[in-house]
Ligand binder design. Structure first.
Ligand SMILES: [Zn+2]
Length: 583
């Protein structure tokens, strides 16, 4: 249940950002504002500014920004509702009570986190007592320090190790089972799930223990064993190690994705800090979305056998669907990241990942070695695998280039590829009429940002934007969402301040940054009316250009499939659009 906006407003009104931030870092008065060295990036001269008037902070160095809520979320690594709770208490605002069902589930989750936390200590103590397990980890090149940091442990041999441990703590077997640490037997009893295995705790972004992974010491089977799905753990929703590496991933702008625990641990320990592991499951949309919060580019590091698999290549299309750039780094035959680093070192490993191929090129080269590209059958097979990938790409220019590339590779007519592509996406021509959500061109994005800044001027500016631009004309979806909210709120006759707006957006990090940036931007503007009309014109012009390009594509495609009716309709639309524009 979301917390009602009026309650959040109340908390906001009674909270002072200067007071909140100075609990964490010392602030220095500088004119009307306060400043400090930024806590979110490394710097000597302060570029972190807090404005008591606007109740907003912004860092001119790293771009971090937001309100008091955003600051605490970022600094303490908490979710919005948790920060609301915290600041409500300080502000003396009472929160509405949770429903009893929700309360129960929350308390079940908390119990499971507690059990998992205790289990970590049990596994750690067992590791300390097992020479064989310690030897094993050392033989795999895992340092003491890493064991401590990643909280690696050991599940001893036997059927009731962890059960006895929990019994002494008065935790019933059924709860140990709910946490995924025990399995029930036919007689109504329980036995340990993990036995005689090194144990790797799986943590979430708040460093809570969600579940565990175990790997055998020897060659017995199964080689890997993970916690089952529990109330707090779902294997397709998490990425191993992300809690340790997300800041590095953000900083570097891309993430390396590997499969197993050791493939994460050994590179991480060697200083490859922008890495996560999927734990051997096929990638899910949830994982892609999770990662996308920190980087827009990923490099999949694979051994060559697996990478070439059609299934894993198809799986990569998930990234494209989410607008994430994918590259594939292929290790030499017989190597995984763990083995590669142990033999050649981290520098070589990084070098290798930097020479990775983008998904399209990689997939195409794999397919051309698998199928005979000279035969009609081979061409069809390759096209059949490549077209769905191309159809996932929203950017029209990029898609056009890929079509050309594929046509050249297969030595076929470009138009025939376009016709085939239409079969993959039957709504291809319909898409001409929908405005793309691809990342906007840089200058139109800055025009959109400028408009957002000007909306905070209120009154006439809001009217002007509402009258002249429709939401679909904003290409940047984050900006579009914020603009929509501003327009909706102002329609209700309510005043909107940037600081409250950030809360209404549930303190989404990207939104908070955009808003605090826009607030600072608006201060630098003179002749704001002129800037607004220039920006509106710029956005309109860019959109018309895009639509003309898309129509051209659609006309060609319709022409090739001999759909004369459609050609006529599209050409008419093209001419109309051209007439009414200044492109
Ligand atoms: Zn900063």
């Amino acid at each position: 249940m979301p917390i009602p906006e009026n309650i959040i407003d109340q908390i906001q009104n009674r909270t002072d950002i200067v007071e909140v931030i100075s609990r964490y870092i010392p602030l220095q008065k500088a004119g009307r504002n306060y400043k400090a060295p930024c806590p979110f990036h490394n710097e000597k001269t302060p570029s972190f500014i807090v404005s008591p008037d606007k109740q907003i902070y912004h860092c001119f160095g790293c771009g971090a920004g937001g309100n008091a809520f955003s600051f605490v979320m970022k600094h303490e690594n908490l979710e919005f509702p948790e920060v609301v709770e915290m600041l409500a208490e300080k502000a003396g605002v009472k929160l509405p009570h949770l429903t009893s069902e929700k309360k129960e589930l929350t308390s079940l989750a908390n119990q499971l986190y507690k059990i998992n936390e205790l289990a970590v200590s049990f596994f750690q103590e067992s590791l300390a007592r097992s020479a064989a397990a310690k030897d094993y980890l050392a033989s795999r090149g895992i340092a003491e320090e890493t064991i401590k940091k990643l909280r690696i442990g050991y599940a001893p041999d036997g059927w009731e190790g962890i059960l006895n441990f929990f019994q002494k703590k008065n935790v019933h077997g059924s709860f140990v089972e709910k946490a995924g640490l025990a399995i029930s037997n036919e007689k109504g009893g329980y036995y340990d799930r993990f036995r005689k295995r090194p144990i790797f705790p799986i943590l979430d972004l708040k460093n809570r223990v969600l579940g565990f992974g175990g790997r055998v010491l020897d060659s017995s089977l199964p080689k890997y064993m993970n916690s089952p799905e529990t109330y707090v753990y779902s294997k397709g929703r998490n990425l191993y190690g992300l809690n340790f590496t997300r800041d590095f991933i953000k900083k570097q702008g891309y993430a390396l994705i590997v499969e197993g625990y050791l493939d994460f641990i050994i590179p991480y320990q060697a200083g490859v800090t922008n890495i996560v592991a999927t734990l051997g499951t096929a990638l899910t949309v949830d994982q892609v979305k999770l990662l996308k919060r920190f980087a827009n580019t990923v490099i999949m590091v694979y051994d060559p056998d697996e990478a070439g698999e059609a299934a894993s290549l198809r799986n990569m299309d998930l990234f494209l669907g989410e607008g994430v750039n994918v590259y594939i780094a292929e290790l030499p035959k017989g190597f995984d990241p763990d083995g590669y680093i142990r033999k050649f070192g981290a520098d070589d490993f990084i070098k290798l990942t930097k020479s990775s191929k983008n998904l399209f090129d990689y997939k195409l080269s794999k397919l051309s070695s698998r199928f005979d590209i000279r035969t009609g059958h081979g061409k069809a097979a390759i096209a059949g695998e490549m077209l769905p990938t191309i159809s996932r790409i929203e950017n029209a220019v990029l898609r056009s280039n890929l079509i050309k590339k594929l046509a050249e590779k297969l030595s076929v007519d470009e138009e025939s590829i376009r016709t085939e592509l239409k079969k993959v996406k039957p709504d291809y021509t319909m898409r001409v009429y929908t405005v793309s959500t691809v990342e906007a061109k840089k200058d139109s994005k800055s025009a959109e940002k400028m408009i957002l800044a000007l909306l905070f001027e209120g009154g006439n500016f809001i009217q002007e934007v509402r009258g002249k631009l429709s939401l679909e004309e904003f290409k940047d979806s984050s900006i579009r969402d914020i603009v929509k909210l501003v327009l909706d709120i102002s329609k209700e006759g309510k005043a909107i301040t940037p600081v409250k707006l950030i809360n209404y957006l549930e303190n989404n990090d990207a939104a908070a940054i955009l808003i605090s940036e826009a607030v600072n931007l608006s201060e630098t503007l003179s002749n704001k009316e002129k800037v607004l009309s220039d920006c509106i014109a710029k956005i309109k012009k860019d959109n018309t250009k895009d639509r003309l390009e898309r129509l051209q594509d659609a006309i060609k495609a319709a022409h090739n499939s001999n759909d004369d009716g459609l050609v006529t309709r599209l050409v008419t639309e093209y001419m109309e659009l051209l007439k009414g524009s200044s492109v």
